[in-house]
Ligand binder design. Structure first.
Ligand SMILES: COc1cc(-c2[o+]c3cc(O)cc([O-])c3cc2O[C@@H]2O[C@H](CO)[C@H](O)[C@H](O)[C@H]2O)cc(OC)c1O
Ligand SMILES: O=c1ccn([C@@H]2O[C@H](COP(=O)(O)OP(=O)(O)O)[C@@H](O)[C@H]2O)c(=O)[nH]1
Length: 492
């Protein structure tokens, strides 16, 4: 008798490293926990830029060599939309153009399909899954708070007819503290923009998924997750079950997990010479960079506050002088420190500070005992990595949903000190404000002390959650069970 083929989980990730890697790592946990009960099939879209294409190829290569049962199905290329006006709109539309190809790929599977797991930007493809009789799951690589906001957005859209910054007072989202309009995420700040329209649609389609997989933990974001579970996001319409299985730290990023026989990275070697918890680390994600005017403010703050520092400083993307990447993934260039830094800064701070002009091994740096605090753009992966090591933050939001993340870190989770960021001036920060925040983060004062205590507590919370019997491990078991029960041969 022929053996029943192993069911597969079909993944449709967005090409960006933060989205792709956290989805793959999360599903690998199911693969590893399931003892061979599933395989993974990655539907690979051709990314819209050459840079993203080479990143994705590197990830595919690495996963193919992992020895795990991961297959790759390349979807036929589609022409990217040429008339998009916004990044989120571009990403969602470009993904949606792959719907017929994704449908054909899933319909052609010769083994049962346990689920179609969709990137948050691909939520309208729940229709493809429905058409084929396959369960669909949305993978949320951002916060539970952003998830609560997206689920509630169609309700807000009906209830609030003016721009959010014209609202008297705050914006109310079930499960979150009242949000000041200036902390609303970028894609929803301009209702006339197609980005906004797409986010309303994406959030609405989340509600039609079989389930939502979230890279967070119950204990990290109890408010938003409870509101969703209790059906408060959309009155009268229960949300799909949410499986908070995080923190899943996306491994395999450039420069990390090096062979232990190699000499340490220069940043790590420098940290090895510094006293414990003495260094403030500044790093701004895969897309953060600063111009000369902002750099002057940062250098003044660092000199005045007197703390040791490790600063990852990147320069403007090459496209600053031309057309940008349509998906918004405009990677910064390596900084020319001679041009960007004020004269004498490096000499005056020798021994006390290191400015690193290119990609840095962030995860290894955050794990180093010499690091005491993190000035971060507040991307969710960076936040999870910081909390994993119990490090308090000063969030300096720059793009995407990071203004909401900063609000949550300071006002809800209490693991960060506030930093005054002028959103109307391209997120400009004055030297005096950065100096104050770094002093608070690293030194005396009740505000910083409280953030340090809360962040240290989160280290244990995060680790417990993913251990056997922890809340995220339990969510992973429930999810695995749901996948088992849902596995079907796609209907043609
Ligand atoms: C959540 O809302 C937004 C997310 C993004 C966004 O887009 C994006 C596009 C790419 O081609 C590559 C990327 O790496 C990428 C990343 C990205 O958001 C980041 O996602 C992280 C989670 O994986 C994390 O939440 C970070 O904070 C995000 O910066 C873009 C966007 O508007 C431009 C969004 O509104
Ligand atoms: O110099 C850098 C900058 C970023 N990162 C990693 O890139 C990811 C950034 O993801 P995040 O969600 O924080 O922000 P995004 O870059 O997607 O906006 C995290 O894993 C960081 O550790 C890194 O290793 N070195």
């Amino acid at each position: 008798m022929a053996a029943t083929p192993t069911p597969t989980l079909v993944l449709l990730p967005e090409w960006g490293a933060g989205h792709l890697m956290s989805m793959i790592e999360s599903c690998k946990r199911i693969l590893l926990g399931g003892g061979g009960a599933f395989s993974l099939t990655l539907l690979v879209m051709r990314p819209p830029t050459a840079e993203a294409t080479s990143d994705v190829e590197a990830h595919v290569h690495r996963e193919a060599a992992s020895g795990l049962d991961i297959r790759f199905h390349r979807l036929p290329a589609v022409e990217p939309p040429t008339n998009s006006v916004g990044v989120e709109e571009f990403i969602a539309r470009y993904i949606q153009l792959h719907a017929p190809h994704a449908r054909d790929a899933v319909a052609g599977m010769s083994c049962p399909v346990a689920a179609l797991v969709l990137d948050m930007f691909a939520s309208p493809m729940v229709d493809v899954a429905r058409e084929l009789g396959v369960p669909s799951y949305v993978f949320m690589s951002s916060t539970g708070a952003m998830l609560a906001l997206m689920l509630h957005l169609p309700v807000l859209h009906e209830a609030v007819t003016v721009e959010f910054d014209e609202v008297e007072g705050e914006v109310h989202v079930p499960g979150l503290p009242p949000i000041p309009p200036e902390s609303m995420p970028c894609p929803v700040v301009d209702k006339k923009s197609p980005n906004y329209t797409w986010f309303v649609r994406l959030g609405d389609r989340f509600m039609d998924a079989t389930g939502i997989i979230a890279n967070t933990a119950d204990e990290l974001e109890p408010g938003p997750l409870a509101a969703i579970a209790e059906g408060r996001s959309v009155p009268g319409r229960p949300a799909p079950p949410v499986y908070p299985i995080g923190p899943v730290l996306s491994l395999g990023s450039r420069g990390s997990n090096k062979d232990s026989s190699e000499p340490p990275h220069e940043c790590i070697a420098w940290l090895d010479t510094q006293p414990p918890a003495s260094v403030v680390f500044l790093c701004f994600g895969s897309m953060g960079w600063f111009d000369a005017a902002q750099v002057v403010e940062i250098t003044a703050a660092l000199e005045r506050c007197g703390h040791r520092f490790l600063w990852v400083l990147r320069g403007p993307p090459a496209s600053e002088s031309g057309a940008g990447a349509p998906d918004g993934s405009e990677h910064p260039t390596d900084a020319n420190l001679d041009e960007l830094l004020p004269e004498g800064f490096l000499q005056r701070t020798t021994g006390k500070g290191l400015v690193w002009p290119t990609w840095a091994p962030q995860k290894d740096i955050l794990a180093h005992p010499a690091v005491g605090g993190f000035v971060t753009h507040g991307g969710w992966n960076s936040v999870l990595e910081s909390l994993w090591h119990g490090l308090p933050m000063a969030p300096w939001p720059l793009y995407a949903e990071q203004h909401l993340n900063a609000f949550e870190l300071v006002n809800d989770m209490g693991v960060a000190v506030p930093l005054k960021v002028d959103r109307k001036r391209d997120n400009f920060v004055e030297a005096a404000d950065l100096e104050r925040a770094v002093k608070s983060l690293m030194g005396a004062g009740e505000e910083g002390r409280k953030a340090r205590v809360k962040a240290a507590n989160m280290r244990d919370v995060c680790r417990k959650a993913v251990q056997k019997g922890g809340s995220s491990d339990a969510a992973l078991q429930r999810l695995s069970e749901a996948f088992h029960q849902g596995a079907v041969l796609p209907e043609m």
